[in-house]
Design a binder for this molecule. Structure first.
Ligand code: FAD
Ligand code: SIN
Length: 524
């Protein structure tokens, strides 16, 4: 099947849907998602969305908090833009029907999370992302110019490469003409020709053994753009959330929101000892990289599989009211959080790097934009400040929509694009090759490229991954493609980018922590 649209949007999370809503008055939009529309990282977000709302908070404080969390590696211009445009985009989310909690006095009830100097996290109970996702889907479904395609998997973006030209990374005139998309219902790869394509494919958590991300997060957009010779950056900065619920066989790992530490929850070792003050004067509310490393260190020293989060000293009714999802989830597992400590471990959560974009969300490939977690805007630097990613996604979707609309009139569909060619391929009957290799990739990344790294571990990871890469490319060349095979290929690609970029950073900075350039610091 061949189809022509003005805007192709790959991804139905906050970045994809808010962009779609903003361009839809100007042309036909197709939004594709690899599973269901609402199976996104966005829908799993708990804590909320950071934005300056009331005094004594101001833009400068939020800007400085973001720069400090990012270990001064953030691009100040991008930081300033996101934070200053935050309030108008929050208003937009509210106008689209998102409900944020309010106090009895009618003001927004703002939370505080690690690294924030003020209360500025707007939230909806402890399931903010679900509420945002619901409102965006409701709104987008009402727009006559937006079409949805679920269970449609983007395999690759289309460029001059598919017309037989040689493309290379520093060529500045690579153009995007749309994407090849595997329709899971027909098993066929469709050719979607678009004037402008938005990559909004989200995160990469599933390249690790333990992650808070739903299974859709396999880094597809980043891998597609890398293969198309686009520029990818900052991949070494992978954020591990300090507190995912310790429940070994559950995937994704259930998140215990950082807002709970803002509310007063404390981290304790398994023997009950508090430990965070040893590592940072901000204690349990230090930025995430510090807390995750401290937990990792305590677990390694004690040999325990988890530490505890303790909220038992807080008012039980208030805890249940503010954190109903967490309360009920833990209760199902026999943990009453108002009386029992919660066992927690760090889990892969967010990638700060990705597809390099400018201040208008343009990638290095012409007519290809990127927004949300798959993009690298410069906001997060070496470490993302909690609850800044939903904000980044909606601000960049907005600037990208404006830039896309202003260039749409100059772009024509490229009609010479050939259909997907699967000549000489056959069905791969040996699924074990995919499932086993997936496990190997996740093990390599978790054991050697996790919270604490070293030159030796990275080298070992690269050597192992190179072998797997060759085997999988050859399998890909011979097989009729499936989503599972493409995802595996993308995970290997993303793992490679993380390792390569980690190897070339000769320092410990933010989320990239290597034993060869530092010793774990404790205050005493
Ligand atoms: P997503 O919401 O992940 O959407 C990705 C979309 O891309 C999906 O529709 C998927 O189907 C589609 N897709 C992917 N690959 C393909 C493909 N090959 N073909 C077709 N479609 C594809 N951030 C905050 O700011 N505040 C929070 O409180 C917060 N809490 C979080 C809690 C959890 C448990 C998690 C996992 C993340 C949290 N984050 C939070 C991070 C934040 O949720 C994400 O960074 C953000 O939602 C990403 O949005 P997105 O639109 O970029 O991607
Ligand atoms: C959380 O609720 O702890 C997650 C917030 C985030 O990832 O920004």
């Amino acid at each position: 099947m061949r189809k022509k649209v003005d805007f192709l949007v790959i991804g139905s999370g906050i970045a994809g849907l808010s962009y779609a809503l903003k361009v839809a008055d100007h042309g036909k939009v197709l939004v594709i998602s690899k599973t269901k529309l609402n199976e996104t990282n966005t829908a799993y977000a708990q804590g909320g969305i950071a934005s300056v709302m009331y005094e004594p908070d101001d833009f400068n404080k939020h800007i400085e908090d973001t720069m400090i969390a990012g270990d001064q590696l953030s691009n100040r211009e991008a930081v300033k833009m996101v934070i200053e445009r935050g309030p108008e985009q929050i208003k937009q989310l509210i106008d689209w029907g998102t409900g944020f909690d309010k106090t009895k006095e009618g003001k927004y009830d703002l939370h505080k999370e690690g690294g924030h100097s003020e209360y500025r996290i707007l939230h909806h109970l402890d399931n903010t992302g679900f509420e945002i996702q619901r409102a965006l889907i409701d709104q987008a479904k009402k727009h006559p110019n937006i079409e949805f395609a679920e269970n449609c998997y983007a395999v690759d973006i289309i460029t001059q490469h598919h017309l037989g030209e040689i493309t290379y990374r520093w060529r500045t005139d690579v153009e995007c003409y749309g994407a090849y998309v595997l329709n899971e219902k027909t098993g066929k790869v469709d050719t979607i020709l678009s004037k402008i394509t938005m990559m909004a494919t989200g995160g990469i958590g599933n390249i690790y053994q333990t992650t808070t991300n739903p299974t859709i997060a396999t880094g597809d957009g980043i891998a597609m753009v890398y293969r198309a010779k686009g520029i990818i950056e900052n991949m070494e900065f992978v954020q591990f959330h300090p507190t995912s619920l310790y429940n070994p066989n559950e995937r994704p790992s259930f998140l215990i929101t950082e807002a709970m530490r803002g509310y007063g929850a404390l981290l304790r070792r398994r023997d009950g000892e508090l430990f965070m003050d040893k590592y940072d004067e901000r204690g349990c509310l230090a930025p995430r990289d510090i807390v995750a490393r401290a937990i990792d260190n305590e677990m390694k020293n004690t040999g325990d599989d988890f530490v505890y989060l303790d909220v038992t000293h807080k008012d039980a009714e208030e805890t249940k009211m503010h954190y109903p999802t967490i309360y009920h989830k833990c209760l199902e597992l026999g943990i009453d959080i108002t009386k029992d400590y919660i066992p927690v471990v760090p889990a892969a959560h967010y990638v700060c790097g990705g597809i390099k974009v400018d201040l208008q969300g343009r990638s290095s490939i012409t007519n290809l934009f990127a927004a949300g977690e798959c993009s690298s805007t410069g906001l997060h630097g070496a470490n993302r400040l909690a609850s800044n990613s939903l904000l980044e996604a909606i601000v960049y979707a907005d600037v990208a929509a404006k830039a896309a609309v202003s260039t749409l009139g100059n772009i024509k569909h490229n009609t010479k694009i050939p259909s997907w060619n699967d000549e000489g391929t056959s069905h791969n009957e040996e699924l074990v090759l995919i499932t086993q290799t997936n496990k190997e990739v996740e093990q390599i990344m978790s054991n050697y490229v996790g919270i604490v790294r070293s030159n030796l571990r990275l080298k070992r990871a690269l050597d192992r991954l190179e072998l797997i890469y060759r085997e999988t490319e050859s399998l890909f060349d011979d097989s009729i493609i499936t989503k599972e095979l493409c995802e595996l290929r993308n995970k290997i690609n993303v793992g490679y980018l993380i390792i390569r970029m980690a190897m070339s950073r000769k320092e410990s900075r933010g989320l990239h922590y290597t034993l060869d350039h530092n010793k774990l610091r404790t205050k005493r």
